[in-house]
Design a protein around this ligand. Sequence first.
Ligand code: NAD
Ligand code: ZN
Length: 252
Amino acid sequence: MISFSSADTESALDSLAKRITSNSYIVFFTGAGVSAESGVPTFRSIDGLWEKFKPEELANFKSFIKNPALVQAWYRHRAEIVNNVKPNRGHTAMADMESKVATCVVITQNVDNLHQRAGSREVIELHGNILRNYCIDCGVQFEGDLLIENGETTLCKCGGLVRPDVVWFGEMLPANSFRIAEKHARKCDLFISVGTSGVVFPAAGLPTLAKSSGAFLVEVNTEATDLSSLMDVTFQGKSGEILPKLMSLLKS
Ligand code: NAD
Ligand code: ZN
């Protein structure tokens, strides 16, 4: 692994830009960090009202069955945050990459819809989308956030509990999305991990798969992570700063 300080970030970005050609096949593998600059809290950051709850304690099926109104209220709060923010320069840079190379795919662990709003067309959502909900009994889909705001539990017409269409701790990933993500990890020549701590499996296994299939691995993160030692190059910094710089080198 080669790590760059800010002093030589420019030249490292320059050599990364030189690797990227119109034939490149790029995967961006993203996590909560890419949305931090938009104002969406990561699971580790402190989130006012909800500070006293650990995400692991709310984002699971058992807690939902035990106290559906509480879990729904937490998701309503998070959906509200997401609806009130905008994609940032990092999201936009990743969307712009689509027009520069043969194939560019975003594989995201985020549930916030910000990649799509930034204009990315090829987005694989590994953990679902917070803006969709469905009934756990009849399966009917609800678009929009979890409706009721009076502290009561939101129920479907059939009487079933309505839950967000996200993958909770202990649940399986959507099989089709993960299969497609694995295919891209195997086929890409550049795998760029952005704003993820790389601790949530099986998603965090994708960089290893890409590496063993011959991809060049790049990390953009404000801190070293569990994935850093696997990387060919790591950039320590904000995705909203590093990625636009990379794009400007491609434009020139
Ligand atoms: P994480 O919270 O575990 O890690 C976030 C990573 O982003 C950290 O390594 C941190 O150093 C880095 N980071 C913070 N700000 C950054 C910036 N400006 N630029 C680059 N990197 C930055 O997040 P995770 O790895 O995605 O895993 C947690 C799980 O939480 C995921 O499964 C995800 O579904 C869920 N989650 C999603 C959202 C969202 O959709 N926005 C928000 C919170 C949690
Ligand atoms: Zn129903």
